[in-house]
Design a protein around this ligand. Structure first.
Ligand SMILES: NC(=O)c1ccc[n+]([C@@H]2O[C@H](COP(=O)([O-])OP(=O)(O)OC[C@H]3O[C@@H](n4cnc5c(N)ncnc54)[C@H](OP(=O)(O)O)[C@@H]3O)[C@@H](O)[C@H]2O)c1
Length: 403
């Protein structure tokens, strides 16, 4: 089905390498979501090199000498830090949705350096333990803490539990997501928000806000808050132009609580569409990252970043799709669009955003070219609209009980 759809693409859609399409249930209409990578143009390559040099400079200037730190609860290790200085403890990173796919691959990539302790923030304890074991993550390098992003009470409980653990928070990775492209009817979080936006955006919004002070207090050389984005929310790309397109409109549905009672379940006030709800939630993720950057980067030194890791066609994200789609999607990405990225490779990319000293620039949406080199990508007009970011922030803080 997906292959048929590929042949239906007009020649104007000359698909560059690294393109990927998760096609919908009606392949011919190219409806549903798409996840698509774009080739790196020459000017972006130039921007990238310049930004790496700039970030490296900024990093050394800002950090200065790295202080020796008291060991908190993790074993001390000697870790190479910028300019040859040493830090005495492991970094502590919280990764949501680390039980599978990108989150698990990132947890593995970080844990096996021996320099990170990973808090796997997941809703299914046993599944996560099994996943960590089968990925070969050593016991001393991870802790599973329960977190259900579809419940704000659970988010608050997670934050309490994390604070009680006594661990520092050096990096928070908001990675978990649900994607419901074939749903005919909306489903809801514990508080009654449409599930995709409720989980992917509102759950993470509350989590990041409640953990911001912990990040501020971290004495780690580079502290970061990373929110995983997606190309599908960016209408300046081919993938982002496959219907249904992301569009937050005037936020009337979000302002009404997305509950389907006194408001629409969709942010823009329209009829329910699971694929669009996912894309809208990703726009919220990318806007939230930028609003965090505007509000807090200068005062706190925290790096706020988002990314598109590439099309990881094999992950559980597509679990709700029809079986034929799931069977054809990975070979379609590998052999037709050549946009396929393995879970391992995507995990290394996200791990790079967590830890690489050359990626400390804040407010950036990272992508990778076909040689797996990172570059600062451009967000769509809507996903970089500062006024919309402010409004999403203000409405969201009311919905999660922070205002
Ligand atoms: N796959 C791609 O091509 C692609 C492309 C661009 C961006 N992304 C982004 O990458 C991120 C990871 O997706 P993936 O592809 O790795 O999919 P995945 O394998 O399905 O991982 C999603 C994770 O989110 C967790 N999750 C879902 N609902 C949750 C909830 N209510 N509370 C806590 N955790 C919850 C899942 O937990 P369970 O194991 O309990 O279900 C799972 O660990 C997402 O943000 C996605 O938007 C993916």
């Amino acid at each position: 089905m997906a292959l048929q759809a590929a042949s239906l693409l007009p020649s104007a859609f000359a698909i560059p390498k690294e393109v990927c399409f998760p096609l919908g249930k009606t392949s011919a209409a190219l409806k549903d979501s798409s996840l698509l990578g774009v080739s790196l143009s020459e000017h972006l390559k130039a921007d990238f090199s310049a930004s790496v040099l700039r970030s490296k400079r900024e990093f050394s200037q800002r950090i200065g000498p790295v202080r020796a730190q008291a060991v908190v609860t993790t074993p001390a290790v000697n870790q190479a830090a910028p300019e040859g200085k040493k830090t005495l403890r492991k970094g502590c990173v919280v990764i949501t949705g680390a039980s599978s796919g990108l989150g698990l691959a990132t947890a593995k990539a970080l844990a096996e350096t021996g320099k990170w302790h990973v808090i796997m923030a997941c809703r299914d304890f046993l599944k996560t333990e099994r996943a960590a074991k089968s990925a070969g993550i050593a016991k001393e390098n991870y802790t599973v803490l329960h977190l259900d992003l579809a419940s704000l009470d659970s988010v608050r409980q997670f934050v309490d539990n994390f604070k009680r653990s006594g661990r520092p928070l050096d990096v928070l990775v908001c990675n978990a997501a649900v994607y419901l492209p074939t749903a005919k009817e909306p489903t809801f979080t514990a508080e009654g928000f449409e599930l995709s936006v409720g989980t992917n955006h509102l759950g993470h919004f509350l989590l990041s806000r409640l953990l911001l002070d912990d990040l501020k207090q971290s004495d780690y050389p580079s502290k970061r808050l990373i929110i995983v984005g997606s190309i599908t929310g960016n209408t300046n790309t081919l993938a982002g132009n496959v219907p249904p397109k992301a569009n937050l409109g005037d936020l009337r549905g979000l302002a009404g609580g997305l509950n389907g009672l006194n408001s629409s379940v969709m942010i823009d006030g329209g009829d329910f569409d699971g694929a669009k709800a996912y894309k809208d939630s990703k726009v919220c993720n990318m806007l939230t990252m930028q609003e965090f950057h505007r509000r807090y980067h200068e005062d706190t030194g925290i790096t706020f970043a988002s990314l598109y890791p590439g099309c990881i066609a094999t992950t559980g994200l597509f679990r709700e799709h029809i079986p034929l789609f799931r069977a054809l999607f990975p070979p379609f990405q590998k052999y037709i669009t050549k946009g396929f990225v393995s879970e391992d490779e995507a995990g290394k990319r996200l791990a790079q955003v967590v830890t690489d000293p050359s990626l400390t620039k804040s407010g950036v949406y990272w992508s990778w070219n076909k040689d797996s080199a990172s570059f600062e990508n451009q967000l769509s007009q809507e996903a970089s609209d500062a006024e919309k970011a402010r409004k999403v922030w203000e409405v969201s803080e009311k919905l999660v009980g922070l205002a």
